[in-house]
Design a protein around this ligand. Structure first.
Ligand SMILES: [Zn+2]
Length: 372
């Protein structure tokens, strides 16, 4: 986001200030409370500058003083400072589920403090937008502290300004979700693809490998692609849109995109739930195993092309079952060469349905404070 100087350009004083500020916040976030002197030594910022910087951050309420304590090194007790993790809060919203729109108030270190939902059933187009904006406004109103920003995870294709170019399952085309939420709440809003945000959360909180493909099963199906720890968006913000790849040579069910047999028609949460209901409870695992095979079919060339460390599957826990994960694993290893890709494992996300909310909060920290 242009935070570092490009070759040949001059660093402006405000760039230096912003960089130093991020460095101090990131150090405290990663390493915990420190004295001003420790911070100066660890960041390479002079003690005088550090003293001013910490003073500014205390004034803004982003830091707090913890009292005199002995630091990690030798020497006299000194005043320790830390991020005031509840000085301001973050609103996270996930609109990728077909049953409920999920929202939460989170602390700066990603603890979910309050949850709220709105029904997503029957919500399409303008009505879906209205409910999401209302959920965001209610969470901002209920926050006991100022809200730093709102992060929204949406299915579909989102450009780098947060415009939802296409989310067919919500009936959205060219919807300026971030502006609508900002206009209703007065708080900055950052919108991104749900699978991308879940992949970010897996990396920053779930401690996944740096090269992963995260498959997100919700209202639709999509993937977040993380290479060298960075999300890949592709040439038209569509990287990871595996949901509309036809999965198999047979004539599958009709998809919302007009084709037949897209991965989404086998694997999206509403389709899987309906297929299990139709097959009877005793056949649930067979339905999930068959869906897992379709996923493996679509993922195999992706794995051959990208050579990731692991595939993480995130979605409703009752659907992301052992049978589904095992069938995906089996199919991938049957269709790729173990000499190259034998190490690639498919696993369930450890963050469950909160992955998108945590990713949305991480996105707010990244954009508003430069923290990763
Ligand atoms: Zn389709």
């Amino acid at each position: 986001m242009g935070r570092s100087a490009t070759a040949g350009s001059k660093l402006l004083p405000e760039d230096v200030r912003r960089h130093n500020r991020t460095l101090v916040l990131q150090t405290l976030l990663d390493a915990g409370p420190r004295s001003r002197a420790d911070l100066a030594r660890e960041t390479g910022i002079t003690r005088v500058t550090m003293s001013d910087l910490v003073g500014d951050l205390l004034g803004e309420g982003l830091l707090r003083e913890l009292g005199l304590r002995t630091g990690p090194g030798p020497g006299k007790p000194s005043m320790q400072v830390d991020i005031d993790r509840r000085s301001s809060l973050i609103v996270g919203i996930d609109v990728s589920d077909h049953v409920v729109f999920r929202g939460a108030l989170l602390s700066l270190d990603g603890e979910i403090l309050v949850r709220a939902t709105r029904s997503a059933e029957g919500a399409n187009g303008a009505e879906a937008l209205r409910r999401v904006v209302e959920l965001a406004a209610d969470l901002v109103d209920s926050s006991p502290r100022p809200v730093l920003g709102i992060g929204v995870a949406t299915p579909g294709i989102v450009d780098d300004r947060g415009l939802v170019l296409s989310a067919p399952n919500l009936g959205w085309t060219g919807v300026d979700l971030s502006s609508s939420v900002r206009a209703a709440t007065g708080v900055p809003c950052h919108v991104a693809n749900d699978a991308d945000l879940a992949a970010l959360a897996e990396r920053s909180i779930g401690e996944s490998a740096a090269d992963i493909v995260l498959v997100r099963i919700g209202r639709g199906v999509g993937a977040g692609i993380l290479l060298d720890g960075r999300i890949r968006h592709g040439s038209a913000s569509s990287a990871g849109e595996i949901g509309h790849v036809i999965a198999g040579a047979d004539d599958g069910p009709l998809c919302i995109c007009g084709k037949r047999g897209c991965l989404e028609t086998w694997l999206a949460a509403p389709r899987l739930t309906a297929a299990i209901a139709a097959a009877g409870a005793g056949s649930a695992e067979a339905v999930l195993s068959s869906a897992g095979e379709r996923l493996g079919l679509v993922l195999s060339p992706v794995i051959a092309a990208l050579d990731p460390d692991e595939i993480v599957v995130n979605g409703p826990p009752e659907l992301v079952s052992d049978s589904l994960v095992e069938a995906t694993n089996r199919t991938i290893h049957a269709r790729t060469t173990d000499a190259f890709h034998g190490h690639v494992a498919v696993r369930r996300s450890t963050l469950g349905l909160d992955a998108t909310l945590l990713g949305a909060a991480a996105r707010v920290l990244e954009v508003e404070l430069g923290l990763t």
